[in-house]
Design a protein around this ligand. Structure first.
Ligand code: SF4
Length: 322
C-alpha cells in the first residue's frame, strides 16, 4: 500500500535542530504513523542557515504579519527565513503532501496561538509561526495540526480523517476540471462535512446548486476553501450522532422493525457515550449493504482502510496520556 506523505517539523522526529542543539522527539507520533507515512521533515530555522545552536526567537509586531526576531538581540531574522521558505515551498508543493504536523509554540513552525510581542505601543496578541503561515497560504486545503492537538482524541482523529479526505480530493478532483468529479466527491463526502459543520455543508450545497456556467476551476477553488474551513472544525459525539442519524433516516423505511429499533438504540447509546462510534457505524453499514450498497462508497461510512487503522491506533497510542 502506498504511504501517505506528511510534512513534519524536524525536531519532532528527533533531529537535533533546535536553538539549543536539542530535539523534541515525539514517540507517540512516530509509533502512531509507523509503516503508514513517509515523512518530509522540515526545520525552517536550521535549513535557512541560522545555525545550531542559535539565538532563541520570538514573534513581534502586528499579529497578522509579525516579524521573527532574536529574543535577546532583537535582530530581525524574518527575511532570512521567508526568503528561504519561498525557495523551499515549490519543492514541498511538488512532494504531494497530504498534511503537516508542526511543532506547537514555535515562532517559526507553530500553526496557531503563538504569542506576538507588541512592538512599541502596538497591541501584540497571538499569531501563526512565520513558516507555518507560508505553508498554509501556499498549499490551501492542506490539513495541518501540531503535536499537542494531535494528542487530543477528537482533534487527532479529525486530523487523520482530514488527511484522507484531502488525499481523495487530490486523487479524484484536483486538476481535472470536471464538474461531475466535483459532484461525485461532494456526494461521497457530505456526511464527513456534516459531522464537522452543518453550516459549511449548506454553503457547499449552495455553491454547487448555483454553479450555473461558472468555470469548474473557479468552483473547485471555492469548494476547497469552504471544505478546508469545515475540516478544521473538530467533530464531536453530538455531531457524529447527527451525521449517523441523517444517514439512518434514508435507510430505516426499508429496514425491518428490529433493524430500525437496533439502529436507533445504538445511535442513542452512542450519543450518551455508552458505546463507541464503531457500533452504530457498523449497523448503518450493514443496512446500507442490504438496502443501498451504493452508500458504501461514502467516505463517512467506509473510510479508506489506512484511515480506519490509523484512527483505531490513535485511540490505543494516546489513551494513556489524554
Ligand atoms: S520548532 Fe521548527 S524551527 Fe524550531 S527546531 Fe523545530 S522544526 Fe526547527
Amino acid at each position: 500500500m502506498a504511504r501517505i506523505r506528511l510534512g513534519i517539523s524536524s525536531c519532532l522526529l528527533g533531529e537535533r535542530v533546535r536553538y539549543d542543539g536539542g530535539h523534541k522527539r515525539d514517540r507517540h507520533i512516530t509509533s502512531l504513523f509507523v509503516s503508514h507515512v513517509e515523512w518530509v521533515p522540515v526545520c525552517p530555522e536550521a535549513e535557512s542557515g541560522l545555525g545550531v545552536p542559535r539565538e532563541a526567537m520570538l514573534l513581534e509586531g502586528d499579529p497578522g504579519a509579525p516579524r521573527l526576531v532574536g529574543r535577546e538581540s532583537g535582530r530581525d531574522y524574518t527575511e532570512t527565513v521567508t526568503g528561504w521558505a519561498r525557495r523551499r515551498l515549490p519543492q514541498l508543493a511538488a512532494a504531494g503532501l497530504r498534511g503537516f504536523i508542526f511543532k506547537s509554540r514555535s515562532p517559526s513552525s507553530g500553526p496557531a496561538d503563538i504569542p506576538v510581542r507588541p512592538a512599541g505601543d502596538g497591541p501584540g496578541g497571538q499569531g501563526k509561526g512565520i513558516f507555518a503561515r507560508m505553508v498554509m497560504e501556499s498549499l490551501p486545503g492542506l490539513p495541518v495540526t501540531d503535536e499537542e492537538r494531535l494528542a487530543r482524541p477528537a482533534a487527532g482523529e479529525s486530523f487523520i480523517e482530514s488527511v484522507f479526505v484531502y488525499d481523495c480530493w487530490l486523487g479524484s478532483v484536483a486538476g481535472r476540471e470536471s464538474a461531475r468529479a466535483l459532484a461525485r466527491f461532494h456526494r461521497q463526502h457530505r456526511h464527513v462535512v456534516m459531522a464537522r459543520s452543518v453550516s459549511h455543508l449548506r454553503r457547499l450545497d449552495e455553491l454547487l446548486a448555483r454553479a450555473g456556467n461558472r468555470r469548474v476551476a473557479d468552483l473547485q477553488r471555492c469548494y476547497l476553501e469552504i471544505l478546508a474551513e469545515a475540516m478544521a472544525v473538530e467533530a464531536d459525539r453530538d455531531s457524529h450522532a447527527r451525521a449517523l442519524a441523517d444517514i439512518a433516516g434514508g435507510l430505516v423505511e426499508r429496514a425491518t422493525p428490529a433493524e430500525r429499533h437496533g439502529l436507533e438504540a445504538a445511535i442513542a447509546r452512542f450519543r450518551r457515550g455508552s458505546v463507541p462510534p464503531s457500533l452504530p457505524r457498523l449497523l448503518v453499514r450493514r443496512l446500507a449493504f442490504r438496502h443501498e450498497p451504493s452508500m458504501l462508497r461514502w467516505h463517512y461510512l467506509q473510510p479508506p482502510l489506512a484511515e480506519a487503522r490509523l484512527r483505531r491506533r490513535h485511540r490505543s497510542v494516546y489513551e494513556n496520556i489524554t
